[in-house]
Write a protein that binds this ligand. Structure first.
Ligand SMILES: *Cc1c(COP(=O)(O)O)cnc(C)c1O
Length: 224
């Protein structure tokens, strides 16, 4: 199916579910991204800093760039001028660096805390207790140029639908708990980034507000 038609289908479906489409364009060519853009898509997700910076320079300036992959502190400076949302914040150290670079660019950068929900050691992310430690750390309280607007999670790569659902459900419950305990006066704590091509339906059932879809829109990723 053409990219344009895929975008329109997702938009219709997600509008009903009250969620936003992040089109994951990592490894995809500029032309393919432009095609999605022409269909009205504005939010794109990349997992590599250098690739995002290169594409940002070549594509329309009203694209909202979402960083969804692991971010090293020494690379924050390259995306700080323009990044729309960082989904993959997994340490206080990284958040402090994002704050510093946001200040240099005279802006506030929105971030999600990536929470480790999968039954796999290989995935990045904070455990539930580490999230609480971060939010209660004095160093976090003083960061005026970052805003935690929600959480991100990646479910286990398994055929077991019940397990995936359960992982998303736990993240949703944790999100609600944090909202009450830490963000009750912060109306911006609203986003739950969960679901990709293989499991977005389960994620929507569990209250996802942002799905990150790559291969189902663009086809299989070209190998670099
Ligand atoms: C690549 C990627 C996606 C999209 O995966 P698809 O299976 O291609 O939809 C979503 N989230 C993250 C963090 C990714 O790295």
């Amino acid at each position: 199916m053409p990219i344009e038609q895929k975008i329109l289908e997702y938009k219709a479906k997600l509008e009903r579910a009250g969620a936003q489409l992040i089109a994951v364009s990592k490894t995809q060519a500029i032309d393919a991204i432009q095609e999605a853009y022409n269909a009205g898509q504005r939010a794109f997700g990349e997992n590599m800093v250098q690739e995002m910076v290169e594409k940002q320079a070549l594509l329309p300036q009203d694209i909202q760039w979402h960083l969804i992959g692991h971010l090293q502190s020494n690379k924050v400076k390259y995306i700080a001028p323009f990044v729309h949302l960082i989904h993959s914040v997994d340490s206080l150290k990284l958040l402090i660096e994002i704050n510093k670079q946001a200040l240099k660019n005279k802006r506030v950068i929105d971030c999600l805390l990536q929470v480790h929900i999968a039954d796999e050691d290989t995935k990045f992310g904070l455990d539930f207790d580490e999230v609480v430690l971060l939010l209660t750390d004095e160093a976090f309280q003083s960061l005026d140029h970052v805003r935690i607007v929600g959480l991100m999670g990646i479910a286990t790569n398994t055929e077991n639908q019940n397990q995936i659902s359960e992982e998303f459900r736990e993240l949703k419950i944790f999100f609600k708990g944090l909202k009450e305990s830490f963000f009750s006066e912060k109306a911006y704590f609203t986003e739950l980034s969960m679901g990709m091509s293989s499991d977005f339906n389960l994620a929507l059932e569990q209250g996802s507000t942002m799905v990150r879809i790559g291969s189902d829109i663009f086809g299989h990723r070209p190998k670099k």
